[in-house]
Structure formats: C-alpha cells, structure tokens
Ligand binder design. Structure first.
Ligand SMILES: Cc1cc2nc3c(=O)[nH]c(=O)nc-3n(C[C@H](O)[C@H](O)[C@H](O)COP(=O)(O)O)c2cc1C
Length: 160
C-alpha cells in the first residue's frame, strides 16, 4: 500500500496528539480561507500544534520541515490553472515533504467537471498525497461542511 511506511512511522514514533501540522493556503475571495479555517478548527481538537499560513500574507516563509504534515489549499483559475502564488510557494519550498494533503475550492461554472478544482488535483499528484484532494464548490456551506469534516477525519486516520 502506497505510503504505508509514512503511516507506520507516525504510529510507532509519535501519538497523534503530539503532532504539529501546517496549513498553507491561498485565497482571493475568501472561500479557500474559509476551508482552511474549518480544517484548522477540526485539527486543533486532535493535534498539539496547528499553524495557518497565508501565502499572500506578510509572514516570513514557514519552516515546513518543522511540521509533521502539511495541508495545502488553493483555488483554481483560468481553465484549470494553479495560481502563480501557489506555484511560487511550491518552487520556494524546493522539496516534497512526506505527508502532504491537498484541499481546494472551485466552481463548476468555469469549465465543468474537467477543470473543477484542477489545481488541487495537480498539487495532490505533485506531492504524491496519500489521500485524494478535498474539493469544495465555492464555500464550505451546507452539505459540503460535512465533507470537510469527513475529509479531515481521513487525514487524521492517516496520521494516527
Ligand atoms: C476568472 C476565473 C476563472 C476560474 N476558473 C476556474 C476553473 O478553471 N476551475 C474551477 O474549479 N474554478 C474556477 N474558478 C472559480 C474559483 O476557483 C472559485 O471561485 C474559488 O472558490 C475562489 O477561491 P477563493 O475564494 O479562495 O479566492 C474561476 C474563477 C474565476 C474568477
């Protein structure tokens, strides 16, 4: 099973409650930020430390190596494109951490299913993410709220 070594590593070495997780995101109109904040709230109940890092904010570039897992969230634009700011972050990071989980927001009105949240799909492939990306249609309201919670449960199961 792909990634079994990663899961075993945490199971053997560290309890879930002692892990630290960084959530990196980019958001223009607030949808992806909303998902990032929901994920942070869920995570905070289970792990020791959660850091939210806004790519478009003013904080210095994070030390991703200091965290046990990275969640990265992006919107999609221009016919399935990944935003330049996300590409820059990925390039500046310069390596592929082990435990990367991807979430994204999008809108099927822009090209339908073929390009829906394609940036999240591409990031998940690039980082060999152990789980499929979470894809949210615009903002995480209504039924989608539960999808966010369920996806987070999957991440926690993977890390435990
Ligand atoms: C010009 C433009 C192009 C877009 N193209 C896509 C697309 O190809 N695929 C997709 O899923 N969403 C697309 N979207 C929708 C955004 O990804 C969506 O509104 C997203 O939730 C915005 O995230 P944010 O609120 O975090 O900035 C597009 C939006 C705009 C304005």
């Amino acid at each position: 099973m792909t990634g079994l070594n990663i899961k075993t590593k945490h199971s053997n070495d560290r309890a879930l409650s002692s892990l630290s997780v960084i959530i990196v995101y980019v958001s223009i109109s607030g949808n992806t930020r909303e998902v990032a904040q929901m994920l942070a709230e869920e995570l905070e109940r289970h792990v020791e430390r959660v850091k939210l890092y806004n790519i478009l904010g003013n904080e210095p570039f994070p030390d991703v190596q200091a965290y046990d897992a990275m969640l990265i969230g992006s919107y999609t634009w221009d016919n399935g494109q990944t935003p330049f700011d996300v590409k820059d972050f990925v390039a500046d990071l310069g390596y592929k951490p082990e435990n990367v989980f991807v979430f994204g927001t999008g809108d099927t009105q822009f090209g339908g299913d073929d390009t829906f949240c394609l940036a999240a799909e591409k990031l998940a492939t690039f980082y060999h993410s152990p789980l499929p990306p979470l894809k949210v249609e615009q903002s995480p309201r209504g039924e989608q709220e539960q999808e966010v919670v369920n996806w987070m449960k999957g991440v926690l199961t993977w890390l435990s």
